[in-house]
Design a protein around this ligand. Structure first.
Ligand SMILES: [Zn+2]
Ligand SMILES: [Zn+2]
Length: 322
């Protein structure tokens, strides 16, 4: 199936540099896939990691999006959608459980599949989740990271009632709110008082002083830094679980013998269930409206990705239509 136009505006990432290209070929749609006109895209730590060579990605980045289906099956046409970003081979044993762990998977804007920082993207219709009218575009653009945040609940020890979240970026806030929505007593540790206040308005205890923090049976690392990870490890109680949400550049050094002595678990945690996230947004169980600001243009995305402009909002949004 042909796209409505042959070329489009898109951000192209190659060799650590991102640039706006006005003549990128529009996606061609495979059978069973939909063409989505992108409305908003969120930028996250993973996108910035791609700039430094993470996953060896070359192409159009962007994986947190909301858009509108403009070509595909009748039942999807015109629907506002978010999506699971993992596309498995569909034939292997892993795909029998979840495409998230298919070794041959493609991942939107991260691994062998062009992403959302463009006018159009394409994904299998089976990956799409419709967004109800009551969830606005800005909130819907956070559905993908919120799904990842809610996935923490799946790995929490069954008897844990308290949790400490390290890292005061958007993901840290989403994880703290996800845990709070499941009745955890949550504390957040970060280095920026101005970012932590977004948690305080949600009734989440915060501190910039790690010495104030008790050890907890559930600790989540959303810092994105080796120092943050080591601090998070130091605050885990014996028998506790550390959930890693940050993808770190290779070569993180830390002393793991404490984990052996205390018999702790480390759990890596990546993508979650988009339907669960959309339901949480629709029901107002997790509120995200304060994390985003005015959307920027596709050209401005270049500066956000390269950290040339540091947005004051926690989650920078890009509108590829502008
Ligand atoms: Zn992300
Ligand atoms: Zn597979």
């Amino acid at each position: 199936m042909e796209s409505p136009q042959s070329t489009m505006n898109a951000i192209w990432l190659e060799g650590g540099t991102a640039e706006l290209r006005t003549n990128t070929p529009s996606p061609t749609i495979e059978p069973g896939w939909a063409l989505v006109k992108v409305r908003l895209v969120g930028i996250c730590g993973t996108d910035r990691q791609l700039m430094t060579g993470y996953a060896g990605f070359c192409g159009i980045p962007g994986h947190e999006f909301v858009g509108e289906v403009v070509a595909g099956s009748e039942s999807w046409l015109g629907k506002r959608v978010v999506a699971d970003i993992n596309v498995g081979c569909g034939a292997c044993a892993a795909c029998g459980i979840s495409a998230h762990h298919c070794e041959a998977r493609r991942v939107l804007g991260i691994r062998r599949l062009h992403g959302a920082l463009a006018e159009f993207l394409t994904l299998p219709e089976t990956n799409l989740v419709a967004v109800p009218e009551e969830v606005g575009d800005a909130a819907a653009a956070l559905a993908e990271p919120l799904a990842a945040a809610l996935h923490v609940i799946d790995d929490a020890p069954p008897d844990a009632t308290g949790a400490t979240v390290f890292g005061d970026g958007a993901l840290g806030h989403l994880v703290a709110r996800a845990l709070q929505s499941h009745d955890f007593q949550v504390s957040m540790v970060g280095r920026h008082a101005e970012k932590l206040r977004f948690a305080e308005t949600h009734g989440i205890a915060t501190t910039t002083n790690v010495h104030e923090i008790q050890r907890e049976p559930l600790v989540v690392d959303c810092t994105g830094t080796p120092t943050g990870l080591r601090t998070a490890l130091d605050h885990l109680s014996p028998g506790g679980t550390l959930i890693l949400k940050s993808t770190h550049a290779p070569g993180v050094k830390c002393d793991l013998s404490g984990l052996v002595v205390d018999e702790c678990r480390i759990v890596g945690s990546r993508c979650g269930d988009l339907q669960t996230a959309v339901e949480a947004l629709t029901a107002g169980r997790v509120r995200v409206h304060d994390l985003t600001g005015e959307p920027r243009t596709l050209l401005q995305a270049v500066d956000v990705l390269s950290n040339a402009s540091r947005p004051t909002e926690l989650k920078a949004l890009i509108d590829p239509r502008s």
